[in-house]
Design a protein around this ligand. Structure first.
Ligand code: C5P
Ligand code: CA
Ligand code: CA
Length: 336
């Protein structure tokens, strides 16, 4: 962001929409948090006359909602000394007005080149839909897109109004995975069924921590890392439980397939970063934890722990080999 004393100014202009509750937070609170994330000073004033236009400012004169990342886009439009008035969807022009030190009149028009919602005209429902739609990540796997997010997003929509934090949810998903592992380890038909279902529930809840982090603007480096570390522990414990269950029918080879599946599971996450970079550069389909836990769900449903380990082993190692091949052919994607 441009250095110095850059400000984000909210001008209420008599719009109640600034104080409407949108997924547990008013628009003003959201803007305050967005400013904080970007290291900007924040100011909320009643009318344009109250705005102190010395220094560089982004002035929001209508209650518009945009993605937190788009503040950087707005920032790029700011002249060295001046301000940007975000004056969205009034009259025939939808965009931002750039002004160069000379106040908000005589401003240049620049079209907004990102998605936003004018909350006053489009209402809370549209604003909420806008935020919820953004929860799907570009790196989400097929099971995540087709099944998990369709359930986790409505759950997060309810949870966002509680005081649950993303880290608490990461821990809850981990505890569910532990319960799943305990049930799977029993090796009985019922244990495998309950364990399989719990593993899929844990997988769905694994989406909620990130969704709440993004909705409440509470994401953190620690949270992202904590989420990943707990996932690895949960994955290994579920595979250990499946191996224990498979020992009954296949006492000689169950441990070996368990080891191969565990290695495949860890290697998939070890190679995930490269995979995400390539994905963002246009290589489709990302297979990951969503698929592995879905296989556990399916295996549990049919009471087949041994076969589940074999399928996880093949799927994960074939995916890792595919990533090696894809990286070898797309070396230019990764620049240092
Ligand atoms: O939706 P999903 O859980 O896959 O999103 C993961 C992302 O959510 C992390 O990269 C991180 O930005 C955020 N997160 C967080 N704190 C947590 C869990 C996730 O900040 N406890
Ligand atoms: Ca997660
Ligand atoms: Ca997790």
């Amino acid at each position: 962001m441009k250095g110095g004393n850059l400000k984000l100014v909210v001008v209420k202009n008599g719009f109640d929409a600034w104080d409407w509750n949108i997924l547990g937070m008013t628009l003003t609170e959201r803007m305050r948090r967005i400013a904080e994330i970007h290291g900007l000073e924040f100011q909320s004033v009643e009318s344009l006359e109250d705005v102190n236009l010395t220094g560089s400012s982004i002035v929001l004169t209508r209650p518009i909602l945009f993605d937190f990342k788009d503040l950087s886009t707005l920032n790029q439009h700011i002249p060295e000394s001046g301000c940007v008035e975000v004056y969205a969807s009034t009259g025939e022009f939808t965009g931002i007005y750039l002004c160069n030190g000379g106040g908000l009149s005589n401003a240049n028009k620049v079209s907004l080149d990102f998605c936003f919602v004018d909350v006053a005209t489009e209402g809370v429902k549209t604003a909420e839909r806008f935020l919820l739609k953004k929860l799907i990540k570009p790196s989400d796997g097929p099971i995540s897109r087709l099944i998990n997010r369709r359930i986790s997003i409505p759950i997060s929509r309810l949870l966002v109004r509680t005081s649950l934090t993303p880290n608490m949810l990461s821990l809850m998903s981990f505890i569910l995975a532990l319960v799943a592992a305990a049930a799977l380890a029993l090796g009985t038909k019922l244990g495998l069924l309950i364990g399989g279902i719990m593993a899929e529930v844990a997988s769905i809840l694994d989406g909620c921590d990130g969704e709440i982090a993004r909705l409440k603007l509470m994401f953190s480096e620690f949270g992202a890392w904590f989420d990943r570390v707990l996932d690895r522990y949960a994955d290994i414990l579920i595979i250990a439980a499946l191996s224990t269950a498979a020992m009954g029918g296949h006492p000689e080879t169950a441990w070996m397939w368990g080891l191969i599946a565990a290695a495949g599971s860890l290697l998939m996450s070890y190679t995930a970063n490269i995979c995400d970079i390539m994905y963002l550069n246009g290589i489709p389909i990302r297979l990951g934890r969503d698929l592995r836990l879905f296989i556990v769900f399916f295996g549990g449903l049919f009471g087949k722990p041994f076969e589940t380990l074999i399928v996880i082993s093949f799927v994960s190692h074939i995916e890792v080999i595919r990533r090696i091949g894809a990286f070898a052919h797309n070396r230019s994607c990764i620049r240092h």
